[in-house]
Design a protein around this ligand. Structure first.
Ligand SMILES: Cc1ncc(COP(=O)(O)O)c(C=O)c1O
Length: 445
């Protein structure tokens, strides 16, 4: 056989057929791509990756050093002290959780909340309801778990939120009799910084109850809700059917530490047990040093409060700048209420882009990267079924968080951070947004 015809055995014949095109997480892949360009000397404004710009809080770092020697396999559901510290923490930052929910015996600690969302899918016999736009991992997990999915499309006009109307309308068009439903709810939201009001949550809770939907409420950004907004958990209105997932990754800048947890209501203790069993057969337990360090940190409510206050205030100020500058040039974008993201929609430029043979979100982001050096994640990935979506996910966290945090602390607690603060201490983000805005303006000329 000639060399040309020789088939390289790369193991592909072993691969599950439905995972033939299964790729890596698009955000992580994009991050690697940008890092590679940067290592080649290119100056890239990296707005494509949602990672905390702030340092790990001092208390958490010193606790980690102290507990580095801990090498035991520990409890599969998380050490008891950490589960009780989590309850203490949640009770100090009320979010409407019913008292019966915030109990150590309801909690499962894991290597990040991501795996807990996945394992809940795996151990339940459910059809999974996803909203679009949403964080891409949910859909990839549905595929990996071999589950069927139902997508609820949520338009810009509804602030990208799922509403009782569009949920009911979608479900009415499906063969769902006899099927268990699992809905992944995300509040505050990635990719848009959306935040549901108490009225919206109450109305949604009624629909979830009517259809007996098991809900995972992914609240990983809740502790990053901005000072002018108020966060309430869905668990307040639908306690019996809501599993809350959250963790330290976002608000305490510890994404790589992998400490997350789920809170199961007593009515779902059977699912909790199944998730712990699945944990015991896969990752065994969340890393012990991280658990002991997190326990000490969460018990120190004051240092949590100080860190949370400043980081939220800075992110809020940066988000206001981004929205203002993009709206000024005609980009459709909602204000963010929490976290690191906005979800700009460039559909007002569809004709102008078309003249340049740009028709898809991917083509648009490629052109933006090539011409402005601003890296964005194309929204088509988040919109699940809409490749032509001209939305993007923009992460406004490419500034020096250490410096910004230091200056915010010097300014003190009682002042708002204005535009001058952002111009001075979040300058890389300002530069990136101004380049993007100028690119939009040029499209019209
Ligand atoms: C919406 C959402 N949920 C969950 C996660 C993952 O959280 P963890 O680090 O706890 O696995 C992320 C991280 O990017 C996220 O954006």
């Amino acid at each position: 056989m000639s060399e040309k015809n020789e088939k390289v055995d790369d193991g592909s014949h072993y691969r599950r057929k439905d995972l033939h095109k299964y790729g890596q997480a698009s955000n992580l892949k994009m991050n690697e791509h940008v890092k590679k360009l940067q290592s080649q000397g290119q100056q890239i404004h990296h707005l494509a990756f949602g990672q905390s710009p702030f340092p790990v809080p001092e208390k958490l770092c010193s606790a980690m050093q102290k507990h580095a020697f801990r090498n035991d396999y520990v409890s599969m559901s998380g050490i008891a002290d950490l589960r009780s510290a989590i309850c203490q923490h949640h009770n100090s930052f009320p979010t409407g959780y019913p008292e019966a929910l915030i109990q150590p015996e309801n909690i499962v600690v894991a290597d990040g909340s991501k795996i807990l969302i996945y394992l809940t899918m795996v151990v339940t016999d459910t059809v999974v309801i996803l909203k679009a736009p949403s964080w891409t991992t949910y859909q990839s997990q549905v595929t990996l778990a071999g589950r069927q999915q139902i997508i609820v499309n949520c338009p810009f006009e509804d602030e990208w939120k799922i509403t009782p109307q569009n949920l009911i309308q979608t479900l009415e068009g499906q063969e769902i009799q006899e099927k268990n439903l699992l809905l992944i709810f995300n509040n505050p939201g990635n990719p848009s910084g959306l935040l549901y009001t108490t009225e919206e949550l109450e109305a949604l809770g009624k629909v979830f109850r009517r259809y007996r939907i098991l809900v995972i409420s992914d609240e990983i950004y809740a502790n990053l809700t901005y000072p002018d907004s108020c966060y309430t958990s869905l668990a307040k209105f639908y306690p019996e059917g809501t599993v809350v997932t959250t963790g330290l990754s976002k608000w305490s800048s510890a994404g790589g530490w992998r400490v997350g947890y789920a809170i199961f209501p007593p009515q779902l203790s059977n699912i909790r047990e199944a998730v712990i069993s699945a944990a015991s057969h896969t990752y065994s337990c969340c890393a012990a040093p991280q658990q002991y360090a997190a326990t000490e940190f969460l018990r120190d409510i004051e240092s949590c409060k100080d860190f949370m206050y400043h980081t939220r205030r800075i992110l809020h100020a940066v988000s206001i700048m981004c929205v203002k500058k993009l709206r000024a040039v005609g980009v459709r974008v909602h204000k963010s209420h929490a976290g690191y993201y906005i979800h700009p929609d460039f559909s007002n430029f569809r004709e102008d882009l078309g003249r340049r043979s740009i028709f898809t979100g991917q083509q648009m982001c490629d052109a933006i990267l090539a011409e402005t050096k601003v890296a964005l994640l194309p929204g088509a990935i988040l919109h699940l079924e809409e490749p032509n979506s001209l939305t993007t996910r923009l992460c406004y966290v490419n500034f020096d968080g250490i410096k910004a945090l230091e200056v915010s602390r010097e300014i003190g607690l009682d002042q708002k951070l204005g535009e001058d603060f952002v111009d001075c201490y979040c300058q890389p983000t300002v530069e990136a947004i101004e380049s993007l805005a100028a690119w939009c303006t040029n499209l019209k000329n």
